[in-house]
Design a protein around this ligand. Structure first.
Ligand code: GDP
Length: 194
């Protein structure tokens, strides 16, 4: 795997759209605007593989990409848009429940904002990953926006607020600068090989 060969597969609106063929699955989650698309683009060393800046109110989908013909890269729908109608929030919750219930995740990647304490939605999402029993990593994104004095305390706060077990790493990340990409790649390669 060299993260060079990426094909868009399908925007799944319900479980019947999830690919029938089973491959290792790397699932990316994060609140809107946390930089999820930027992280995926950084991982793939592309400018615009995943769409940057999804608009609130857009119908929620689970986006599947085939990566190096070896695994699925799954872009889960963002959460926490301020002005989303309740019906759309319900759709989001149902689709996520269906996705987690399908038990497909090989490695979860939860992206949070390194600058701020996790939101309630982030905490819920971490619980979702924890309860699913799948291995997951947390990316603390936008590291480039922090003062040096904030790096350690913010990392500790993220770990404490999300109640992460020792086995779950929090990786300082900057989609902008590329910090943390190598470590993310290592985790993905290990997960896919295992
Ligand atoms: P998404 O909604 O989670 O997919 O977030 P986007 O990838 O669209 O990013 C939201 C905004 O945050 C954009 O303006 C990005 O340029 C910016 N952004 C994303 N990652 C970083 C980062 O690591 N550092 C900085 N400074 N900005 C970032």
């Amino acid at each position: 795997m060299n993260f060079q060969n990426v094909e868009f597969l399908i925007s799944a609106a319900s479980p019947r759209d999830f690919p029938g063929k089973r491959l290792p699955e790397i699932a990316f989650a994060g609140k809107s605007n946390v930089g999820k698309s930027s992280v995926i683009n950084r991982l793939l060393q592309r400018k615009s593989m995943a769409k940057v800046g999804d608009k609130p109110g857009k119908t929620v989908h689970v986006n599947y990409f085939l990566l190096d013909k070896a695994c699925y890269l799954v872009d889960l729908p963002g959460y926490g848009f301020a002005k989303v109608p309740q019906a759309e929030k319900d759709r989001w919750a149902r689709l996520m429940e269906d996705y987690f219930a399908a038990n497909r995740i090989t490695l979860g990647v939860l992206i949070v904002d390194y600058r701020h304490p996790p939101t309630n939605n982030d905490i819920t999402m971490a619980k979702w990953f924890l309860d699913s029993g799948c291995p997951f990593v947390v990316l603390a994104n936008k590291k480039d926006k922090l003062k040096k004095s904030e790096l350690e305390p913010n990392l500790a706060a993220i770990r404490a607020d999300l109640e992460l077990p020792e086995s779950c790493p929090v990786i300082p990340f900057s989609a902008e600068k590329g910090d943390g990409r190598d470590e993310l790649v290592k985790w993905i390669l290990n997960a896919v090989k295992a």
